[in-house]
Each structure stands twice: as structure tokens, then as C-alpha cells.
Design a protein around this ligand. Structure first.
Ligand code: A3P
Length: 309
């Protein structure tokens, strides 16, 4: 494995002061341990038809989607005052497939309290059995400019670099070249988008901005899709609203587990996953020139699709 990874194309992100090395495996970029996990998952993970995959590129709303899906599927057992989400990080409630090592792949199913598994892998790199088992897939995506800013801060915080030490412009340029977490980001979105056209009954696309502006209709779509629709009585009793409120940024970012917790052995503190949770924060970071550059690239990549980022 070590030799195989070493032979892959490499890129040292200049903004990271040489601290972040990315490798290109298949058609995406990521860091070493996640590529190792991806290879192991492709070799050994056996999906079951009842599995529901929560898929996303990093920083597009993965944590939010996990909390919502978990709260939806466990609502008969728990409410807002008893849910495990009060004390357990969303990424522990729903594991990341490629973060697990081989033994854990064998155990991942035993450890699942629900049939929810997440992954950042592009559609084309999913373990073969995810497709052949016809598993349901929920894919969340987000405005590219907000993803750039969010990935920048996440990486910077993990490496303990100040903004002065990690020039945003360099991170922006890497992202434009496609060297971003599981990037190129456009290809990531396009892969799932195309698949959703071919298999709409199995792949649901959600957009971060829509979830923000119209949470109720989108949370109901999510619940319908993952096989746990809200009844009329539940809706009347405020169950949907309560889940939206509980899983909202305001509430989640204030929970102790999300303010001070950290998964054992992880580089990333839980709080890094709750930064601002806003639409349009990119305006505070991108110059007009950067905006034009990324919009032009996006127009070119998404030409002929109905996708807007
Ligand atoms: P920002 O850095 O723009 O604040 P991911 O979960 O895919 O890693 O994405 C993290 C991004 O989602 C961060 O964006 C984070 O603040 C935001 N986020 C996390 N929880 C959220 C929530 N409940 N509602 C809205 N945004 C949330």
C-alpha cells in the first residue's frame, strides 16, 4: 500500500507551508490516510441493499446532513432531550467509510446503529457493491465559492496556521486547479448529478443553500427518500420543525461535544466542523477577480447542465 501511494501523483499545497501533501488516486485528490481508506473500502467493503449512503465533497454540509438523517431515523426512540446527538459528534453517529481501516470495515456494519454510512468518494470511485446493491444515495452539494472558503479554514485550523501564514490566494489557486479535498469539485458534483439523472429513484441531490432557505420541504424530501416519511400528525405536532431546529447550526454549534470534543486520533477538532454555517461568506474572502475566474471555470465545466453553483 505504502509503495502504491508513493507512486501516485503528489501535490504539496503551497499555502500549507509544506504541511499538506495531497495524492491523486483514480481521478480525485486527497490526503494519504483517506486514500488508504478508500482503497481498503474498494477492496473489502460489501454494501447491502438497505444501506443509505450520505455522500458529499468535504465542506458542503456533510455534518448537517448526518445530523438530520440520524435525527429523522431515530425520532421514534429519541427526542431533542434524549438524542445521542446531544453528546456524540455527528461523524461518530454516522461513520465515514474511508476513514475506517480494514478491521473496522468488517466491523462497520456491526457498529452501525442505523443503515447510514457516509463517504466523500466521488461516484466513480464508490466501492462496486454500492452500485450493484442499488443502495440509496443522498448527495449534498454547495456553492463552490463557499466551499473554497470553508475548506481553506478547515485545513488551516487543522494545521494550526494563521491566515497570515496560509495565504488564501494560494489555496484558491490550488482549488481552481482541481487540487482540493476529493476534487476537482466540479467533477465530484457532476458525477453524482449524472448518476441522479440515470437513477433518480436511488439518488437524491440536496443543495446546502436550499436546505437553508427552505428547510421544511427539503427535510421532508430527505425523510421520504430515506424511507421514513413524516406523518400528518407528526407534522402537526411540530416534529419536523423540532428536528430542523435541533440540527440547525445555532443549536449544534453550542453543544459541548461540538465545542470541545475531538474524535480519538483525528487531526480535526469537532468545532472545526462548525465554523459559520452561512450562505455567501465567500464575499468576505474572494476579490472580484477571483470571483470572475471561478465563475468562468464553473460555467465552462457545467455548460449543458442545469447545475448552478
Ligand atoms: P462554513 O465553514 O462555511 O461555516 P462539512 O460538514 O461538509 O464538513 O461542512 C462544514 C460546513 O458546514 C461549515 O461551513 C460548517 O459551519 C457548516 N455547517 C455545519 N453544521 C451546519 C448546520 N447545522 N447548518 C448549516 N451549516 C452547517
Amino acid at each position: 500500500m505504502e509503495e502504491m501511494i508513493k507512486a501516485l501523483p503528489q501535490h504539496t499545497n503551497s499555502w500549507s507551508k509544506g504541511k499538506m501533501i495531497m495524492y491523486k488516486y483514480q481521478d480525485f485528490w486527497s490526503i494519504k490516510h483517506l486514500i488508504e481508506g478508500a482503497i481498503l473500502a474498494q477492496q473489502s467493503f460489501k454494501a447491502e441493499p438497505s444501506d443509505v449512503f450520505l455522500c458529499s465533497a468535504p465542506k458542503t454540509g456533510t455534518t448537517w446532513l448526518k445530523s438530520l438523517s440520524f435525527a429523522i431515523l431515530t425520532r421514534e426512540k429519541f427526542d431533542e432531550s434524549t438524542t445521542p446527538l446531544l453528546t456524540k459528534f455527528a461523524h461518530e453517529c454516522v461513520p465515514l467509510l474511508e476513514n475506517s481501516h480494514v478491521v473496522e470495515h468488517e466491523n462497520i456494519r456491526k457498529n452501525l446503529s442505523l443503515p447510514l454510512i457516509s463517504t466523500h468518494l466521488p461516484y466513480a470511485s464508490l466501492p462496486e457493491s454500492v452500485i450493484s446493491s442499488n443502495c440509496k444515495i443522498v448527495y449534498i452539494y454547495r456553492n463552490i465559492k463557499d466551499v473554497i472558503v470553508s475548506q481553506y479554514h478547515f485545513g488551516r485550523e487543522a494545521l494550526k496556521l494563521s491566515m497570515e501564514d496560509a495565504p488564501f490566494e494560494e489555496a484558491f489557486n490550488d482549488f481552481c486547479k482541481g487540487v482540493s479535498g476529493y476534487g476537482p469539485y466540479w467533477d465530484h458534483v457532476l458525477g453524482y448529478w449524472k448518476a441522479s439523472l440515470e437513477r433518480p429513484e436511488k439518488i437524491l441531490l440536496l443543495k446546502y443553500e436550499d436546505l437553508k432557505s427552505e428547510p421544511k420541504s427539503n427535510v421532508k424530501r430527505l425523510a421520504d427518500f430515506i424511507g421514513s416519511p413524516f406523518s400528518v400528525d407528526e407534522e402537526k405536532a411540530g416534529v419536523v420543525d423540532n428536528i430542523i431546529k435541533f440540527c440547525g447550526f445555532e443549536n449544534m454549534s453550542k453543544l459541548e461535544v461540538n465545542k470541545t470534543g475531538k474524535i480519538n486520533g483525528s487531526l480535526f477538532e469537532n468545532r472545526f466542523y462548525y465554523r459559520k454555517g452561512k450562505v455567501g461568506d465567500w464575499m468576505n474572502y474572494l476579490t472580484n477577480e477571483m470571483k470572475e475566474k471561478i465563475d468562468k471555470l464553473t460555467d465552462e465545466k457545467f455548460d449543458g447542465t442545469s447545475l448552478l453553483l
